[in-house]
Design a protein around this ligand. Structure first.
Ligand code: RTP
Ligand code: MG
Length: 142
């Protein structure tokens, strides 16, 4: 394996699965040249979400975020490639889908629905430490 290869955790959030965008989102990841190395469609429970979003506990959007993430199945993916952590966040676009640039997942496919929390289709780990921690939470057996 070549040096500096990274893995990141990508989630297609419940809005993306519900809207039938899982395939389109995975297509963009593969078209960019990254590799899918693990995939699982699952319901996230409180314990998993509390661990995953521990950094946001206490923020005003925390409770609605957890409720949103429990509103339907989540597609979890481990994605591999050089600089994939930064690369996937570039593909995803900025957190607010109204501000996200066209050409990005959130910019092309997302919008504001007037709800309490940003429903922005995807999650991507934000650092190597986050990626390792999050992959361990979502794929504990791997
Ligand atoms: P993510 O963790 O999902 O990849 O997104 P991110 O880094 O761009 O955003 P982050 O600041 O980590 O926030 C996590 C998720 O919480 C929801 N959020 N809603 N004010 C709001 O309505 C608000 N702020 C954050 C979003 O779903 C965001 O992705
Ligand atoms: Mg984040």
């Amino acid at each position: 394996m070549s040096e500096n290869i990274e893995r990141t955790l990508v989630l297609v959030k419940p809005d993306g699965v519900r809207r039938g965008l899982s395939g389109e989102i995975l297509r963009r990841i593969e078209a960019k040249g990254y590799t899918l190395v693990n995939l699982q469609l699952r319901a996230a429970d409180d314990a998993l979400l509390a661990a995953h979003y521990a950094e946001h506990e206490g923020k005003p959007f925390y409770a609605p975020l957890v409720d949103f993430m429990k509103s339907g199945p989540v597609l979890a993916a481990v994605v591999e490639g050089h600089r994939v952590i930064e690369g996937f966040r570039t593909l995803a676009g900025t957190t607010d889908p109204t501000a996200a640039l066209p050409g990005t997942i959130r910019g092309d496919l997302g919008r504001d629905w007037g709800l309490q929390v940003q429903q922005n289709l995807v999650h991507g780990s934000d650092s190597p430490e986050s990626a390792e921690r999050e992959i361990g939470l979502w794929f504990p057996q791997a």
